[in-house]
Design a protein around this ligand. Sequence first.
Ligand SMILES: *Cc1c(COP(=O)(O)O)cnc(C)c1O
Length: 239
Amino acid sequence: MTDRKHELAGNLAKVEERIVAACAAAGRKREEVTLIVVTKTYPASDVRILSELGIRHVAENRDQDAAPKAAECTDLPLTWHFVGQLQTNKVRSVLGYADVVQSVDRVRLVGALSKEAVRRERELGCLIQVALDADEGGRGQRGGVGPDGIEELGEIVARAEGLRLDGLMTVAPLTGPYAGREQAAFERLMDLSTALRRSHPAANMVSAGMSADLEEAVAAGATHVRVGTAVLGVRAGLG
Ligand SMILES: *Cc1c(COP(=O)(O)O)cnc(C)c1O
């Protein structure tokens, strides 16, 4: 085993232990939580190692970084999640590799995603990114639609050709009423998910929790956690 593979295996084992403990504490089954490893800023060689170590879900947040990386990994049995703010001019490229876009937060983006999915004759999974720090009717600092915009945007995604409404995603806010209250933020996301599932029962993905707060997300009921640093190490620079 290479040094890097050894390192990633060790980190993965620690993250796995944390998820197992969080599930046990919450009275949940381990299988209810899917680990997505956020590989942003790290090379395709790391993605390959993660795949060898049994990881099946990876996430990226910048198309410039993700597109060439994904192109080097087309032989791997991976599901690619796009989790960054997405400009419509990048949609064509992102649909070349992403199976799920977790950062859907505006109507114009839905239109662009739908058009490209139809052009490629494929289906794209979509999560609505929820900004828990948004002003009423507004949008979050780091993307996302405010809670009062979910129902309408969800309906538009559900009706869009080529798109599948899979659920909700959030990033614990740094400002506003939920700053420093990760568990409360994730519980709020769960409530919003419950409301959405009344009209869209299949939209049952709840993506929340990162390296620092995955326990709070699992406790609140998240189905997917997105972990970067705790698996790959602290990122240098952007990301
Ligand atoms: C980078 C990133 C993560 C992972 O964050 P870590 O703190 O490195 O675990 C999760 N979600 C999103 C949207 C990200 O951009």
